[in-house]
Design a binder for this molecule. Structure first.
Ligand SMILES: [Zn+2]
Length: 170
């Protein structure tokens, strides 16, 4: 979490962006979409609170594409912005995936909560953090390099696959 100059609240993390990788900054209407884009492997900041000029400033200084539900913001000069023309998060993801030709690669997934990159960890490395039952049923885990949250392919994994397939479908 970063606090901006005038109380702007932004979740996400800077750095570790690959050359030429598309990076986004999402407005406060698009929190769920931001989470999905992170799972998709896209460096995505989420401006939870803050006005148009805060978003524009971040977009400009960090070369991010603005994702917004605000038609006024799209018209703003000096930034690249995309108007996300749907209110359903999965449909929003689909629009963005198609507009920016995004691909899903499991190795590139980011932490849906904080945008940190995930590192593959072995069972013994997450032993102290993960409940025993989960540890027994899984062999590999992902740990967020930023907030330390651990992920594994539990029951929610099917849901993720389903949404990814939906977003990639024509
Ligand atoms: Zn994290």
């Amino acid at each position: 979490m970063r606090e901006g100059r005038n109380g702007t609240e932004v979740t996400g993390r800077l750095g570790e962006r690959a050359e030429g990788e598309t990076a986004f900054v999402a407005d406060n209407m698009l929190g769920r979409l931001a989470g999905w884009l992170r799972i998709f492997g896209c460096d995505t900041l989420y401006v939870k609170s803050g006005d148009d000029s805060d978003i524009a400033r971040i977009a400009e200084s960090e070369e991010r594409i603005v994702l917004t539900r605000d038609k006024q913001l799209v018209k703003r000069r000096g930034i690249s912005a995309y108007y996300v023309d749907d209110i359903r998060p999965v449909e929003q993801l689909k629009l963005v995936v198609h507009r920016f030709n995004l691909r899903f690669e499991e190795e590139r997934m980011r932490c849906s909560r904080c945008n940190g990159t995930l590192r593959i960890k072995k069972r013994e490395e997450v032993g102290p953090i993960v409940p025993d039952g989960v540890l027994e049923r899984n062999e590999s885990f992902y740990m967020c390099s930023s907030c330390g949250r651990v992920y594994w392919k539990g029951s929610h994994w099917n849901r993720i696959r389903e949404v990814v397939e939906k977003a990639l479908a024509d």
